[in-house]
Design a binder for this molecule. Structure first.
Ligand SMILES: [Zn+2]
Length: 127
């Protein structure tokens, strides 16, 4: 997979998780762009499977990215419900990047998140 393909697959997957509601203040985020505009990322994304050295997990613990709602509650975007074949393809890309760049998964995932954010925020079609 190229990075452009990864961004594409991830954006489509993430958009499918909306609308998303904060369980504390009841704010509803209509779509990914709305979410990115009104929340603040917390830390770097984490892949618990990669942290444990598992790159093709049969029962994935998942990859997640945290953000703070305006009310202060922490919201989670994760890979739960993603098809295993898709997750493995994405993890294959991640592993390749870790090897190529000699960086840890969180660093690469943070760069990927930044690229997804930019693509989403700059997309005139995204609502
Ligand atoms: Zn909230």
């Amino acid at each position: 997979m190229t990075e452009a393909e990864v961004i594409d697959v991830m954006r489509r997957y993430l958009e499918g998780r909306f609308p998303k509601k904060c369980g504390v203040c009841d704010r509803t985020y209509a779509n990914l762009k709305d979410y990115l505009l009104r929340t603040t990322h917390v830390g770097k994304p984490q892949s618990y499977d990669v942290e444990m050295g598992v790159f093709r997990p049969r029962k994935p613990f998942g990859t997640m990215s945290l953000a703070n709602c305006a009310c202060g509650n922490t919201l989670v975007m994760d890979s739960s419900g993603m098809e295993l074949a898709t997750l493995w393809r994405l993890m294959g890309w991640l592993t390749g990047e870790m090897w190529r760049r000699r960086e840890t998964a969180p660093v690469i995932l943070e760069d990927l998140r930044r690229a997804i954010d930019e693509a989403t925020l700059n997309d005139p079609v995204a609502r």
